[in-house]
Design a protein around this ligand. Structure first.
Ligand SMILES: N[C@@H](CCC(=O)N[C@@H](CS)C(=O)NCC(=O)O)C(=O)O
Length: 208
């Protein structure tokens, strides 16, 4: 008997979905996911019937339990496989991975906030204070990651690498004209290699 797949509320443009998909690729679980196309920004979106938070990703388990939040989904998937864990179990490695996860997700959150301000908020309601604050967060985080780029390069793959790689991919996707690579040669070199991993190539968002 074939095992029921887990259903993933999915959008190809979402960096949070991409993080889950890249994780699933890296640990060999992609085939266990059934992708359910989801359009969260449409007025008649049906996402709320699965996820009251109105967001993708959301993972629906075979017993109907819904897991919201990309980090929770990644943690859940990491428990399902027998290979090297992408959330290290203990010690300094764990804190470093979670710290990079926080920085990568924070970078994504700040960039997504800018996209929402530019693309989603009605024009007459748009301001500059919030997007400028978010841009400052992006720039500061890029500077910090630049200083850590050789450690990133030398460390075995963990969830932090995936979160940072996805965040940088999102900057290319939405803010290509801001040239994040300028002034960040170490991080650019790390990303150039990282972006060639099949998990990144297979989850690249469609060209805008
Ligand atoms: N913290 C959440 C963020 C998810 C998120 O904001 N997803 C966006 C798509 S990129 C979304 O569904 N937004 C719809 C909304 O916020 O109403 C996670 O990591 O899963």
């Amino acid at each position: 008997m074939t095992q029921a797949k887990m259903r993933l509320r999915h959008s190809p443009n979402s960096p949070y979905v991409r993080k889950v998909m890249a994780m699933a690729h890296e640990i060999g679980l992609v085939d266990q996911l059934e992708l359910v196309p989801t359009f969260v920004w449409e007025d008649d979106t049906d996402i709320h019937k699965d996820n009251p938070l109105g967001k993708v990703p959301a993972l629906i388990l075979s017993d109907g339990t819904v897991l919201p939040e990309s980090v929770l989904i990644c943690l859940y998937l990491d428990d399902l496989h027998g290979g090297t864990k992408l959330f290290p179990d203990t010690g300094e490695d764990r804190i470093q991975a979670l710290r990079w996860l926080a920085l990568g997700d924070g970078l994504t959150n700040s960039a997504v906030a800018r996209t929402i301000e530019f693309n989603r908020r009605p024009e007459h309601e748009r301001g500059t204070w919030w997007p400028e604050r978010m841009k400052r967060a992006v720039t500061g985080t890029l500077h910090l990651l630049e200083r850590e780029s050789s450690t990133l390069t030398d460390s075995p793959l963990n969830i932090g690498h995936i979160a940072i790689g996805v965040a940088l991919g999102y900057l290319d996707f939405r803010f290509a004209d801001e040239f994040w690579r300028d002034g960040h040669p170490g991080l650019s070199a790390w990303y150039e290699d990282f972006a060639k991993r099949p998990s990144m190539v297979d989850t690249e968002p469609p060209k805008p």
